[in-house]
Design a protein around this ligand. Structure first.
Ligand code: OGA
Ligand code: NI
Length: 368
């Protein structure tokens, strides 16, 4: 059965049925009227609060991968990629070949969207029983702490998954910027996927086959308003991505993303024009845990709002995802995850609040 979106009268179908989330206020709007307040629902418990430090000089750097070397099949770079995925689950990609102009246009389009009057943005509001559109996801209870961000999530590829009633088409240049950006991300994603395949002992097209053809794509655009008490709130709660992998375009000069590494929160200092890539849960499962989808979160800046653009690459809904044969060896690497239909996995993820990696238990085999 097709769940019906409630924000418009048109009959486009798009992609549907991944989950639902309770409606929440726009924190950007709350801050517009009173930038000093920190509403109770956003104040995290002591143990979850971030430590806000201006001094990032001593923190470790996540690995940097030169995409132009990967694309040429450079063995050393492939090995670097392997270690980055194994030891960090996160890396920054430089020399990816996407023109700066395309990245800038995309950032400008997203900034322009969030600058629209609230009444205008609300036209693209997500329905409670959908995850696409403007609003927030992963809100499952009136009591849960809320994240200090607004977002708009759109399915972008394959193009028949586009649900234009959620696209701000009246915003000049938005559609063109998003389509062009989406195409560029797909090209990078295909090369990365081919490399992951080889590193998992498959042919270059191995994961493509096991993920049900071309990678699917959805783009989540996040807006993090300023907060007078960034030490009390989180921009996005700790979570891992339920994707194959994710490509993140960050603001060049506001650091916000932090990843869990050796039990500590490590900031990802932006390299201008680079993309941050992280391994998602589907790759963790397919690699039988060799690569881990790492917990990450975003913190808030007191003085500058921040925008980020997350391109989620994921398998086909109907595809069964499980550890690939070459990654299982009964003696040393027993199978750690069960095979699971991808749509069942995402439904489990979207039925919960963001809570680190708790949702990944769903795919784990019990080990005794
Ligand atoms: C996400 C995410 C981090 C960021 O959208 O899944 O982790 O820095 N975003 O915005
Ligand atoms: Ni994420």
């Amino acid at each position: 059965m097709e769940a019906r979106v409630e924000n418009g009268g048109s009959c486009e179908v798009g992609k549907s049925g991944w989950g639902k989330s309770l409606p929440v206020p726009s924190i950007q709007e709350i801050m517009r009227s009173d930038s000093q307040s920190v509403p109770q629902r956003y104040i995290h418990e002591n143990k979850d609060r971030p430590i806000i430090s201006e001094d990032l000089a001593d923190s470790p750097e996540i690995p940097v991968i030169d995409f132009s070397f990967l694309a040429k099949g450079n063995e050393d770079e492939v090995q670097k990629l392997h270690l980055a995925c194994k030891d960090w689950g996160f890396f920054q990609v430089i020399n990816h070949g996407v023109k700066e102009e395309i990245l800038e246009k995309m950032k400008a389009a997203v900034a322009a969207f969030f600058e629209l009057p609230f009444q205008e943005k609300k036209k693209y509001a997500k329905a409670e029983n959908e995850i696409e559109g403007y609003g927030q996801n992963f809100v499952v209870s009136e009591h849960q702490k809320l994240d200090w961000s607004d977002m708009i999530y759109l399915f972008t590829l394959p193009s028949q998954n586009r649900n234009f009633k959620f696209w701000p088409l009246s915003l000049s240049g938005f559609k063109e910027a998003l389509e062009e950006y989406s195409r560029e991300m797909q090209k990078i994603a295909e090369e990365l996927q081919a490399n992951f395949s080889v590193l998992m002992g498959l042919k270059r097209d191995g994961l493509k086959r096991l993920q049900g053809g071309e990678l699917k794509q959805g783009i989540r655009m996040n807006y993090y308003p300023i907060c007078s008490r960034p030490d009390l709130v989180l921009g996005i709660s700790p979570h891992s991505d339920g994707t194959s992998f994710t490509l993140l375009l960050q603001d060049d000069d506001v650091t916000g993303l932090q990843i869990k590494h050796n039990e500590a929160w490590v900031p990802v200092k932006p390299i201008p024009n680079s993309l941050v890539v992280n391994i998602g849960d589907a790759t963790e499962i397919q690699s039988n845990g060799m690569y881990k989808s790492i917990e990450h979160r975003a913190i808030i800046n007191e003085k500058k709002p921040r925008i980020s653009i997350a391109t989620f690459m994921f398998p086909d809904d109907e595809q069964e995802i499980g550890p690939v044969e070459a990654m299982i060896d009964d003696q040393n690497h027993p199978k750690l995850y069960r095979n699971i239909k991808y749509v069942d996995y995402v439904r489990e993820k979207f039925s919960r609040k963001m809570e680190g990696k708790a949702h990944t238990q769903f795919a784990k085999l019990s080990t005794r």
